[in-house]
Design a protein around this ligand. Sequence first.
Ligand code: SF4
Length: 351
Amino acid sequence: MTALRSLTTVAELAEAGLVPEAKRADAARVAERYAVAVTPALVALIDADDPSDPIARQFVPDAAELVTLPEERADPIGDLAHSPVEGIVHRYPDRVLLKAVHVCPVYCRFCFRREMVGPEGLGTLSANALDAAIAYIAERPEIWEVILTGGDPLVLSPRRLQAIMERLGAIAHVKIVRFHTRVPVVDPARVDAALIDALKASGKTTYVALHANHPREFTADARAAIARIVDAGMAMISQTVLLKGVNDDADVLAALMRSFVENRVKPYYLHHPDLAPGTAHFRLTLAEGRALVESLRGRVSGLCQPAYILDIPGGHGKVRADSTAVEEADDGCFRLRDFRGDVHAYPPQAD
Ligand code: SF4
């Protein structure tokens, strides 16, 4: 199936053969609550005859999303608790998130910001809000790195991206600008010369963190888009979410990490899935996640080893999920020690 534009309704997905009639009503209920978008590149990649297709599972709404567990949170990693001004999340001393836009080319069914992104999400920062966010960064010399995320910052026009980069470029203490994006795999044609130029700022180092979860996402077009970014002098790192039914398999995970490395993307983060609402069907246990990560050791090159990360609910930062900072307690729950030394229960108590 070839689509000419992104599919954003259940009717369009059904017409493309991606939602069977029996599942249509539930999928429509999900779509009323959470945004839906599947790009033409992904529509072409989905095997509509495979009910377990790992690409479809990531993007096609499913009835399981209608079930919210008590420990799931609208803001699972606590962005709002660390947002001093609109569009900024300042969790660690030397870096901030700059969330200029809350729109994505695709909407992942497991998204940790699913309550914030989408056409009815938090939208794009207004000119005044962007001024305030940039001023916040400029006034704090301890901010060494700015991470553009959202939403997907690469949905912004090259003109808007360039304007942001020029303003960050004028702040001497900002040395690194990092973009988190899915665009090179889900909409590779968007990665053209104008977009690539817009990601650079004089005197700054740009990193592009590519979010991909399955080796099949590395199509010829995706590989070419990645090559254009790396050939333009930008470093690339990866992020993957460990997802049941998508990549919770040692062979798939090894192939995915090798795909990153073969395409000059250094594996960086493997995220344990967050406690986002309606995503329990994607979550493995920590023990299962640890066993999978352990299986990568020795099996694939050291270049292919990501850091297995859990974002501590409530906004307390990241912890290595396979380290001694994560300890199983007698009650079967875990105790997580954050970077300040404070200890938190996982899963957290329900609100
Ligand atoms: S691209 Fe990122 S922010 Fe957007 S829906 Fe997917 S996980 Fe969420």
